[in-house]
Design a protein around this ligand. Structure first.
Ligand code: CDV
Length: 311
């Protein structure tokens, strides 16, 4: 049997700090229209796809940056995306910064949503693995203040959409095997994830030459080890003077890259993904029910850092 989903990895080039949300949404709409011409079912946009990657700057008063967050979804700036989805009958995944008031308290999250072909939100995910630091560290060439601007989410979910089991993750989540495995245990068939990854990693510049290798390594491993499609989508290029990797890719459950972007600008990579391909991995090498040994994995959920038992 075959269950095909036509997917587009909708890479974005840089978004300037002074670019308006309307200008960015117009770029996203161009991707939706282009994808529709190629019979795409769902378009995957990057993390924080509506603005520049603002956590690279510190501001003493966190609310100085509230303009980079969405307080409603859809809101006035993003409604055209939902209208286009319904009109064109095309779904999308979108990463953005969320600002909500819960019990009278302002809360900020790095989120993604999945929207179906009727323009309805079917799922929302709050980023679990926030990288970087929570305090001003001016010694860095540029900062990565996700721990300052966002609270972490606490759950990896899956949603029924596009005829399969869809999962969401965001950027740094893709480096952690736990991300894919938790969704794998919920039967995920396609993980969509957007990312903003600078080439230069200030705490470990010796890794800079390997940034693209690591990007593909983790997504390919996550796909294969869980028998799932993975769609990883970059915001790429030189954004406010910071060089970001591209390399957006659609990865099959075999771990093979079947489509990829080749530029660092706005570009679509498209693949016809058979969700039933997942089955041959999920029912053999990675038949979890048959081969997993959870009794040997207790530390994974009970302990955070590494502890040498005899130290
Ligand atoms: N936006 C991210 O989560 N970026 C991280 C950086 C800090 C390395 C990433 O894992 O790509």
């Amino acid at each position: 049997m075959s269950r095909f989903v036509n997917v587009a990895a909708a890479q974005l080039g840089p978004i300037a700090r002074n670019e308006t949300k309307k200008q960015v949404v117009d770029r996203l709409l161009a991707h939706l229209h282009q994808a529709k011409k190629m019979d795409v079912d769902v378009v995957v946009f990057p993390e924080l796809a509506l603005t520049t990657f603002f956590p690279r700057w510190f501001s003493e008063d966190i609310s100085d940056f509230d303009c980079f967050y969405e307080t409603q979804m859809p809101g006035p700036d993003t409604q055209p995306l939902f209208d286009a989805a319904a009109r064109l009958q095309i779904g999308f995944y979108l990463g953005y910064a969320e600002l909500v008031i819960e019990n009278g308290v302002k809360r900020r999250f790095n989120v993604s949503i999945l929207v179906d072909k009727t323009g309805t939100i079917v799922g929302k995910y709050r980023k679990v693995h926030l990288p970087g630091h929570g305090q001003d560290e001016p010694w860095r060439a540029f900062q990565h203040l996700e721990k300052y601007y966002f609270e972490p989410g606490h759950e990896f979910g899956v949603w029924s959409a596009f005829g399969g089991v869809m999962g969401m993750a965001l950027c740094n989540d893709r480096r952690w095997s736990e991300t894919y495995r938790v969704m794998g245990l919920k039967g995920v068939e396609m993980v969509m994830l957007g990312y903003n990854t600078p080439v230069h990693n200030p705490p470990a510049p010796e890794h800079d030459d390997l940034s693209m290798f690591h990007n593909h390594l983790v997504m390919q491993a996550g796909a294969y080890q869980n028998g799932t499609w993975v769609v990883g989508v970059a915001k790429a290029g030189s954004e406010e003077g910071i060089e970001m990797i591209g390399g957006s890719a659609i990865i099959a459950p075999s771990g093979e890259i079947v489509a990829a972007c080749s530029t660092k600008g706005d570009e679509l990579a498209i693949a016809r993904c058979d969700l039933d391909l997942c089955h041959s991995y999920k029912s053999t090498t990675f038949n979890f029910e048959r081969h997993r040994r959870p009794e040997a994995y207790g530390l994974i959920s009970s302990q955070r850092g590494a502890v040498v038992p005899w130290a």
